[in-house]
Ligand binder design. Structure first.
Ligand code: NAP
Length: 328
């Protein structure tokens, strides 16, 4: 049956301006790092994408290497775009990235112009797209001049294959340099994609202020620490969880007793407030003014449904934030 997007989709989500740009992003975005590969059921992947769009999630985040195998998430997304979302292309913000190992030899990894631009062409072919909305340098490459990596992003935008440039996993110092190069090239950086969660609030090391000062948006990835900040691991490691899967990036060692004690205390607080731990963890990230969007993953439509409850949840008050910090 032909998919028709829900008419109420824009009533269910809040949108926030991305830095000082013209773009607004949904406060919750969906990433395709896990659960959209060849090993995952296509019907589940399709359902999550359509449910997300029906609830006002307009931003889908990909990278060349998401799978498994690498590239498969972009192919899955391309399939759903062609079959269901084609007529909604202008309502979508689709991002992809290059920076990690993608193909053998010296030109399939890191930050050279050769790698980034060839990878973007491959991503467009897999997704059957003419352009992506955001093209990211996935990580800083210490062996390639930053000017070269940034000029590849500029070229991607000038060629019309991307509308905006972004960077991910850059330190505050690397970010300052990257922003200045991009500014001078005439392609200002739209957004920084950074790891940020209740269990890892400190590694930003001032990145938040750099982004605020420069009018650059921030999208926070792995806000649930790949599922640790939910009720998923409170009673052991379920066999269908990311930590149990051979191809999952969550290592069992990360779910230590010390971490589980913190998670237990936060879960108690969430229960007292009548919300799930996932909602508490996501709304904590959303409550920071420098955050434009919270970039989640999900393995089922029901997880997505839970997480969508923060779409219109008010940000936590200073008192609520203090209660969360003392539970930590
Ligand atoms: N730029 C980068 O370097 C980078 C790195 C990592 C991620 N990312 C981006 O960020 C996106 C999100 O990362 P992530 O998948 O690690 O995010 P996450 O939201 O921290 O973790 C998602 C996982 O948490 C579990 N989960 C989600 N909602 C739940 C709920 N309501 N109840 C119980 N469990 C729940 C699921 O685990 P199960 O699968 O076990 O059910 C799900 O797969 C990625 O898809 C990618 O787009 C970017």
């Amino acid at each position: 049956m032909t998919y028709q997007a829900s008419k109420s989709r824009y009533d269910l989500m809040n949108y926030k301006r991305c830095g000082s740009s013209g773009i607004q992003l949904p406060v919750l975005s969906l990433g395709l790092w896990h659960n959209f590969g060849e090993v995952d059921p296509f019907s589940n992947a399709r359902q999550m994408l359509l449910d997300a769009f029906d609830h006002g999630i307009t931003h889908f985040d990909l990278a060349n290497n998401y799978g498994p195998p690498p590239g498969a998430a972009e192919s899955t997304f391309g399939k759903v775009l062609s079959s269901d979302l084609k007529n909604y292309r202008d309502e979508l913000i689709i991002s992809t990235k290059a920076g990690y190992l993608m193909w053998p030899g010296p030109y399939g990894d890191h930050g050279s112009r050769k790698y980034l631009l060839a990878s973007l062409d491959q991503s467009l072919r897999r997704m059957k797209l003419d352009y992506v909305d955001i093209f990211y340098s996935h990580r800083f490459d210490p062996e390639t001049p930053l000017e070269e990596t940034m000029s590849a992003l500029d070229q991607a935008v000038r060629s019309g294959k991307a509308l905006y440039a972004g960077i991910s996993n850059y330190s505050p110092e690397q970010t300052i340099k990257a922003l200045s190069i991009l500014q001078n090239l005439g392609t200002p950086c739209l957004i920084h994609q950074a790891k940020f969660s209740l269990l890892r609030p400190e590694p930003l090391h001032g990145l938040n202020q750099v982004l605020l000062d420069n009018g650059v948006g921030c999208i926070a990835f792995s806000p649930l620490v790949q599922g640790i900040l939910t009720d998923r691991y409170l009673k052991g490691i379920p066999s269908d969880s990311r930590a149990a899967k051979a191809h999952g990036f969550l290592k069992k060692e990360e779910i230590s007793d010390e971490v589980l004690q913190k998670v237990g205390r936060l879960n108690l607080l969430a229960n007292n407030w009548g919300i799930s731990l996932a909602e508490l963890a996501l709304n904590w990230v959303k409550s920071h003014p420098f955050i434009t969007s919270v970039l989640i993953g999900a393995s089922s439509p029901s997880q997505l449904e839970t997480n969508l409850r923060i779409a219109q949840m008010p940000d936590f008050t200073p008192n609520e934030l203090a209660a969360i910090h003392s539970a930590l």
